[in-house]
Design a protein around this ligand. Structure first.
Ligand code: SF4
Ligand code: SF4
Length: 405
C-alpha cells in the first residue's frame, strides 16, 4: 500500500479531550483519516475517477493580502500574483451569499466536509465569519489559516461558533525574525505585534465562552530565515497554542518545473503555469541545523501536557532531509494522491480544481454550477483517472495534496 499522510496519533490524543464537547467534529475528522487508510477498499471505482463523499472543501477565498512573505507562491519572491490588478482580482471574487448557497447544497446532498478557508489573507474577505458560522451550524468543522490580521474583532464570534481550528502563520519567535520572514506589503506593518494581540484576544474569548475551541495551531514554514529558531518558536508560543506545525516547505526546481510542463500538457492538452511560482531559493541548505532543531522540538513536545508537534511532510532524520531538499523526484513512499478523491479546491474566482497549490486544471466554476454537480463531472473524473492510472506528475512530489493533506 502506498504511504498516506495522516495526523499524528500524539496530536489526536492530545486534542481529543478539547473536542469532546463536539463529538460530531471528531466524527467528521475521523472519517477523513479512515478513508485515507482504507482508500482502496472503499473506492473500487477509483480507476474511472469516480469519488465518494467530499471530505474537505478548501476555499482560497481571496487573493488580497497585506503581507509579502518570501516563501509564498502567490505574493512571495516569485509569486504568481505579482503584476495583477488588485481591482480585477477583487472584482472576480465569489460573493458570500453564493458560498452560503453552496454550503446548503452540500448538506442537502449528504456531504459534510470540513471547510478550510485560506487565501491570500482570508480575513480580508468580507463575509468570512458568516461562512464559518453557517458551515458550523451545518455540522461542517471549520478551519482557517491566517496571518492574524483582523482576528481581534473576530475573536468573540470565533469562540461562539465555534471555529474548530485557527491556524496562525508564525515564522519567528521575535519581532525581528517574524517580520523579516513575513514583511508587510506597505513596509510599515508589524505582523509580530498583530499575532501577540490576536492570541490574547482568542484566549480571552475562549475563556468568556467556556470553550476550548478554536484549537490554535502555530504554522511555521521553515526557511533559511528561521531554521535556527524552530526551538525558540516552540518555547515562545508553547503556552499559547495547542499544536505546532512545522512545514518543510514546498518547492520545485527548474528541471522538474519543465518536466511538469511537458507531462501535464501531454495528459491534458495545455501547459500549466502555477508551479513556476514555487521555483525559488528559500529552501534549507543547512540540513544539520534543521535536523537538530526538529529533533529538539520533538523532544520538548513529549508528554501529555505539552503542545503536540507535527512535521509536514513527516520526513525526519538527516539523510531524508537532505534528500527532501536536494532531490525533487524523491517521494519517500508517498506515491498516490488521494486528496483528489476527498477534497475540492475553490479558487477566489470560483474556479474549482482537484489540486491545492497547483490549480491549473479547472473542472468548472461555482458561479454557474454547484460543487456537487462538478464533483464527479467528466472533467474531474478524467483528471483523477489520469493520476490513478499514469501515476504522479512531476510537481506532485512536493505538494500538499500528496504529502500534507
Ligand atoms: S500571509 Fe499568506 S498569502 Fe499573504 S503573503 Fe504571506 S503566505 Fe502569502
Ligand atoms: S499531488 Fe499532484 S494531483 Fe495531488 S493535489 Fe498535488 S498536484 Fe494535484
Amino acid at each position: 500500500m502506498s504511504k498516506r499522510s495522516s495526523v499524528a496519533l500524539d496530536t489526536i490524543l492530545k486534542q481529543a479531550v478539547k473536542v469532546g464537547r463536539y463529538p460530531w467534529m471528531a466524527g467528521r475528522l475521523a472519517a477523513i483519516e479512515k478513508e485515507k487508510i482504507f482508500f482502496s477498499a472503499l473506492n473500487p471505482r477509483a480507476e474511472t475517477g469516480h469519488a465518494r463523499s467530499i471530505r474537505q472543501l478548501s476555499i482560497r477565498i481571496t487573493d488580497m493580502c497585506n503581507l509579502r512573505c518570501h516563501t509564498c507562491g502567490q505574493w512571495g519572491d516569485h509569486g504568481f500574483l505579482h503584476g495583477k490588478s488588485l481591482k480585477d482580482l477583487k472584482r472576480q471574487e465569489i460573493s458570500p451569499e453564493r458560498y452560503l448557497e453552496l454550503l446548503e447544497d452540500l448538506a442537502r446532498n449528504g456531504h459534510h466536509p470540513s471547510v478550510y478557508l485560506w487565501g491570500g489573507e482570508p480575513t480580508m474577505y468580507d463575509g468570512w465569519l458568516e461562512i464559518v458560522e453557517r458551515a458550523t451550524e451545518l455540522k461542517m468543522p471549520t478551519s482557517i489559516v491566517t496571518n492574524a490580521t483582523k482576528l481581534v474583532p473576530a475573536a468573540d464570534r470565533l469562540a461562539a461558533a465555534p471555529l474548530f481550528l485557527l491556524q496562525i502563520s508564525i515564522d519567528g519567535h521575535s519581532a525581528e525574525v517574524q517580520n523579516a520572514a513575513r514583511p508587510s506589503a506597505s513596509g510599515a506593518g508589524d505582523n509580530y505585534k498583530v499575532i501577540q494581540e490576536a492570541l490574547a484576544a482568542i484566549k480571552e474569548a475562549k475563556r468568556a465562552h467556556k470553550t476550548k475551541l478554536p484549537l490554535v495551531a502555530s504554522l511555521t514554514t521553515i526557511s533559511s530565515a528561521n531554521v535556527n529558531h524552530l526551538v525558540d518558536i516552540y518555547e515562545a508560543y508553547k503556552d499559547r497554542v495547542d499544536i505546532f506545525v512545522y512545514y518543510l516547505s514546498w518547492w520545485i526546481d527548474e528541471k522538474s518545473a519543465k518536466a511538469h510542463d511537458e507531462d501535464f500538457a501531454r495528459r491534458f492538452g495545455f501547459k500549466p503555469k502555477l508551479h513556476w511560482g514555487w521555483v525559488g531559493d528559500w529552501t534549507i541548505k543547512d540540513h544539520e541545523t534543521l535536523d537538530k532543531q526538529l529533533r529538539e522540538v520533538q523532544r520538548r513536545a513529549k508528554g501529555f501536557g505539552k503542545p503536540a508537534v507535527n512535521i509536514i511532510p513527516n520526513i525526519t532524520g538527516l539523510p531524508n532531509l537532505q534528500e527532501y531538499y536536494n532531490n525533487h523526484d524523491a517521494t519517500f513512499g508517498y506515491n498516490q494522491c488521494i486528496s483528489i478523491y476527498q477534497a475540492v479546491e475553490l479558487d477566489s474566482n470560483g474556479d474549482m480544481s482537484p489540486c491545492r497549490d497547483y490549480h491549473d486544471y479547472i473542472v468548472g466554476n461555482v458561479r454557474d454550477k454547484t460543487i456537487t454537480e462538478l464533483w464527479n463531472s467528466e472533467s474531474y473524473r478524467r483528471f483523477r483517472a489520469s493520476l490513478h492510472t499514469e501515476g504522479l506528475m512531476p510537481s506532485c512530489t512536493r505538494c500538499c495534496g500528496l504529502m500534507g493533506y
